[in-house]
Design a protein around this ligand. Structure first.
Ligand code: MG
Length: 382
């Protein structure tokens, strides 16, 4: 027996989807596998909303980015405070923010708070940097996602001379791997060492997803993906808790946002070109994802899409090829009886109406997609 997919009954007064109603074509060909319980859209769905445009400014900063430091003192003063609060105490000079020696200079943090994000940040160490104080004092700082209080540190350090290939050679700096530049501090070393020489600017591009908590427990660990100078050094590292010195920590529950913080580790370092794009949680997609979709949310959107498409059909009782295909498109989103019965009746009348070979072929192609998934019986149109 042919499997027929059952869908929830239509919600009264289903909301028409703006994206669907705004579509230029009256009918978008049913082409790929139709929606299912975890996917509100078909494969290759022409009705699916298109991505919004992101442009770039003259420096290549995306138009939807929050610019946290653009090389001017104004943006530094506007966006940053000292880690203890109050005016930031690092120095602005030559388009960069530079650490200032002294016990009371503290670190920096942004006034605004963020959660999941894409972050671009550049840093530089002095060309003649020394190892005075040990390898962890070679320009140590840190990029803390969600703040230094409960955040996650991508290490900033001068590590150009720490690679395996330098071992035993003049200039080699020995250091523990999970504390090098590009490490998720104390958790995972960078996969490789693409750091340029001190005196050159280094670039981090970071994708951060914070842990997801529910009822006081971690249900998804969160992750850090890091590119250093364009080279992948952290490949979706799943966080094992907040980053700590010496300790393997358990994840502590925290709020959804925190500041971006720059660590004061008593070392010379500069930062520039800092921008951030807030991102939705990877687990926020409730309508189209095998990973995170909620079947009830999927069904709701499918019903809304079907209602919007059905409202565009001039005469649902007609049985020309265009109407049959349009009804099939509606049924691909929702198998509610009102749509399904219209489609079955129209398809049978179409079949008996001696349509042209071309119309018959195109209708069979559309119905074939639906019968392949068990949404309608096979052989509706011979
Ligand atoms: Mg550090």
């Amino acid at each position: 027996m042919m499997k027929i997919t059952n869908f929830p009954k239509a919600a009264a007064g289903a909301v028409a989807l703006a994206a669907v109603c705004a579509a230029g074509n009256a009918f978008a060909e049913v082409y790929g596998d139709p929606p299912d319980a975890m996917h509100a859209w078909a494969v290759h769905d022409w009705n699916r909303p298109k991505p919004h445009r992101v442009g770039f400014d003259a420096k290549g900063v995306p138009s939807d980015a929050v610019v946290l430091f653009d090389g001017t003192e104004k943006s530094y003063r506007e966006n940053w405070v000292s880690s203890s609060g109050g005016a930031p105490k690092w120095k602005f000079a030559d388009g960069a923010i530079a650490w200032v020696p002294g016990r009371r200079t503290g670190g920096l943090k942004t006034k605004a708070e963020f959660g999941d994000c894409q972050l671009h940040i550049e840093f530089r160490h002095p060309a003649g940097i020394k190892s005075k104080g040990g390898p962890q004092m070679r320009g140590n700082s840190g990029v803390f996602l969600m703040g230094a209080d409960y955040g996650y540190e991508v290490q900033v350090l001068e590590s150009h001379f720490t690679c395996e290939e330098m071992k035993g050679k003049p200039g080699y700096v020995d250091n523990y791997a999970d504390g090098q530049a590009g490490s998720v501090y104390g958790q995972n070393p960078p996969a490789v060492n693409p750091q340029k020489k001190p005196g050159e600017w280094q670039v981090y591009d970071i994708v951060f997803h914070q842990p997801v908590f529910k009822d006081g427990k971690t249900v998804h660990p969160g992750s850090l993906t890091v590119f250093m100078n364009g080279v992948l050094v952290q490949d979706h590292w799943e966080l094992e808790g907040q980053t700590e010195h010496k300790m393997r920590t358990k994840q502590r529950v925290h709020g959804p946002k925190g500041p971006l913080a720059l660590q004061n580790h008593g070392c010379e370092v500069e930062f520039r070109n800092i921008w951030l794009r807030p991102l939705p949680s990877r687990w926020a997609n409730k309508t189209h994802s095998r990973m995170s979709a909620d079947p009830a949310e999927v069904a709701k959107l499918r019903r809304e899409t079907a209602a919007a498409l059905y409202a565009k059909i001039a005469n649902p009782d007609a049985f020309d090829a265009g109407t049959v295909k349009a009804l099939a498109e509606v049924v691909s989103y929702s198998g509610e009886a009102v749509y399904r019965e219209k489609l079955l009746a129209a398809a049978r009348k179409f079949d008996a109406s001696k349509p042209s070979a071309a119309d018959r072929k195109s209708v069979k192609a559309v119905l074939g997609v639906l019968s392949r998934s068990g949404t309608v019986p096979e052989g509706l149109v011979k």
